[in-house]
Every structure is written in structure tokens, then in C-alpha cells.
Write a protein that binds this ligand. Structure first.
Ligand SMILES: [Zn+2]
Length: 118
């Protein structure tokens, strides 16, 4: 325990990296020791973080870079699922229509109709 009862000071230097950020300079946020960092997600993406948040791992990036990727992946999966669902509906409808035409001409469908997209 230190004399003042404060947690130990973490030494942070310019060019230290924390997650995706690299330290540019020291600053203060509300009186707390902090640094300005450049995020590796873009050439001009800067952000500020308290030293304690960096050391604890609470802040690992500018906070914006991970989300667009995640949202893009989620949107792509959602679109793919929607496309497959539409395909399945179209396939079932085509199979039913084909079965109805065959039945109208007196054919009995004994096997699942194989569909081929023209
Ligand atoms: Zn970033």
C-alpha cells in the first residue's frame, strides 16, 4: 500500500500500444491521467482514453471500428437467410404447380419432383 493509498501509477509512453491503439501523447480527462491514441482502423482515427481504462483493458480501440464490421457480417448473414427462404418458397411453389399440372394430365407423382432452374 502506498503512502497516499492511491493505486500505483502505470507508466505509459508514446508509441505504446493498447489493443488497436498506439499512444500519441499524454492528456488529462477530468483531471485523470489519459492519453490520445491513434486507432489502426483508419489513417485519421484518434481517440482519448484514461490510462486506467487502457491498463485494465476496458478500452482497446476507438470504439467504432469493430461495430461496422460486426454489423456488416450480421447484415450479410441476414440477407443470405432471406435469400434462402425466398428460394425455398419459390421451389415449393414450383413443385406444387408442377404436381398440379401432372395430376391434371392424369399422372400420379410417385417420387419427389426434381426441379431444375431454366
Ligand atoms: Zn478504431
Amino acid at each position: 500500500m502506498t503512502r497516499t493509498g492511491r493505486p500505483p501509477r502505470h507508466h505509459v509512453s508514446v508509441r505504446d500500444t493498447f489493443g488497436r491503439g498506439v499512444v500519441l501523447t499524454g492528456i488529462r480527462i477530468g483531471g485523470a491521467r489519459a492519453v490520445l491514441l491513434a486507432c489502426d482502423c483508419g489513417p485519421d482515427v484518434l481517440y482519448a482514453a484514461r490510462v486506467t481504462d487502457l491498463v485494465s483493458g476496458r478500452v482497446v480501440s476507438c470504439g467504432h471500428c469493430r461495430h461496422p464490421e460486426r454489423m456488416a457480417g450480421r447484415a450479410a448473414r441476414r440477407d443470405e437467410a432471406a435469400r434462402r427462404a425466398a428460394e425455398a418458397v419459390a421451389e415449393n411453389a414450383a413443385r406444387e404447380a408442377a404436381g398440379a399440372v401432372l395430376a391434371a394430365h392424369g399422372f400420379r407423382v410417385t417420387r419427389a419432383i426434381q426441379l431444375e432452374r431454366l
